[in-house]
Write a protein that binds this ligand. Structure first.
Ligand code: ZN
Ligand code: ZN
Length: 159
């Protein structure tokens, strides 16, 4: 209930500073919970659900409630720091870098990579012009199979 910042220790460490700065530049106050959630999620290549993150935070010794994790995740996603992937029943989140990019989503292993929109989103602009629909470039997902899954397949079938 109370504000997280009231009891947050002031630790001027490099990483913590960077996380706090990122939250501020996205227009969010860097509460301890948001920082913990962002730190726990930032190195993951696969989108993570709220429950998995909750378990990890508990393992790290952060006593964070599920509803707090949900709130932190949706605040971070709304601010554009995380990308929310609608999955089978559960929304999963992954760190999102700034700038226009697409998300390459492997349907086998679930890994997500960002791919810069070098064409400045020309095909999305074409959709906007021709299909009476305005796509959001930062939400653009390309579903497919990643290189390591393809190679694993080949090795498996070729013997
Ligand atoms: Zn992204
Ligand atoms: Zn894969």
């Amino acid at each position: 209930m109370g504000p997280d910042s009231a009891t947050a220790p002031c630790e001027p460490r490099g990483d913590a500073d960077e996380v706090a700065a990122r939250l501020r530049s996205a227009g969010l106050s860097p509460t301890r919970r948001r920082r913990q959630v962002l730190e726990a999620i930032e190195h993951r290549q696969r989108p993570v659900g709220a429950h998995e993150l909750y378990v990890e935070l508990a393992r790290r010794g952060h006593g964070v409630g599920m509803s707090t994790v949900y709130r932190a995740l949706s605040a971070l996603a709304e601010a554009g720091l995380l990308h929310a992937f609608a999955g089978d029943g559960e929304t999963r989140y992954r760190l999102c870098t700034a700038g226009r990019h697409y998300h390459l989503v492997c349907r086998r292993c679930g890994t997500v990579r960002e791919y810069p929109a070098d064409d400045d989103g020309a095909w999305l602009d074409r959709i906007a012009a021709e299909a009476d629909f305005e796509p959001d470039p930062r939400k653009a997902e390309v579903q497919g199979v990643c290189g390591s899954c393809l190679r694993a397949d080949r090795n498996g079938t070729d013997g």
